[in-house]
Design a protein around this ligand. Sequence first.
Ligand SMILES: [Zn+2]
Ligand SMILES: [Zn+2]
Length: 368
Amino acid sequence: MKITAAVVRERGGAFALAELDLCDPRADELLIEVKASGMCATDLHGRDGYYPEMPYPAVFGHEGAGVVRAVGSAVTEFKPGDHVVMAYPWCGTCPNCRSQRQTYCLQAGKLKHAGTRADGSTLVTLDGKPVYGSYFQQSSFGNYTIANERYAVKVRNDLPLEILGPLACGGQTGAGAVLNVMKPQAGDSFAVFGVGSVGLSALMAAKISGCDPIIAVDVHEHRLRLARDLGATHTINHTGRNDVVAELKKITGLGLRFSVETSAMAPIFREAVDALMPAGTCVLLGSAPPETEVTFNMKHIQNGRVVRGVIQGDSIPKQFIPQLVDYIAAGRFPVDRLITFYDLADINRAAAESASGQTIKPVLRMPH
Ligand SMILES: [Zn+2]
Ligand SMILES: [Zn+2]
């Protein structure tokens, strides 16, 4: 069938709308009418050629939400009309997938960034030539796509789909770091470094958990204002300051029980660890360039402190995303406050306003 999607024709090129031909779903696949898709930094990294295995021309997008329009012959979990969010892919057979660590799937790079299904086949063509989609096995920057039933998550249909896509990556990354990894108790101190969409999702989850104080650190005053609206008890504007660790110790007395690093900057990561109390935990979510290194004080870590990285919030999407949707319905995870909507045709403006920090979470509405 004919679809409209945003195509990047060469590494580092702009997005441009094009009419493509999409194949039919296979036995274990779903045809999804995409209603809206979040845009995440990883899409811009894909556009800009950060992934050596990614071929072009390519369609990106991995925070898609839509309606099932057709199902393959072996699909039993979904039917046409179901509302779905498309989550990250995993192989299901590697040692990490087999031990419930599927967010650390050893095949993840290939499944996310090779531009094809696991077997190397492509789903879309332009003028008869292949276009590489299957970004995170979904390529949601188009009005229709094909998703594998394994990675699609059925969600309740009484909420607007256009706000649910960001749960697929940024939402569950931030919220899962708190609810699945830290599991704080009421009254635990918490700070988040960087309050973009991932940091604010972590902050909203810290509020759900009853953390107190909840401290947001950032350089953008408009983001810190929103952080206060969403539950921060304290905010620190990092601009021009070198006493942030001392300030955090002043607020908490003992240091932080939990910290979250989303900035991807080594000096900030160090602060998020230095501000921990004994036996405190810092979770790293920020994606730094591969050569980035950081140093810590050994005695400081020895005193029970934990530093660990987390991908996709350690979440099992078919369980965790419906849980987050219930929090949205209850008014406890107001993800809509993070969103600025754009038409797919304005995708380059969405990318620029996201990169500048003006927009926290761009969501693209698909043409239909
Ligand atoms: Zn795997
Ligand atoms: Zn993402």
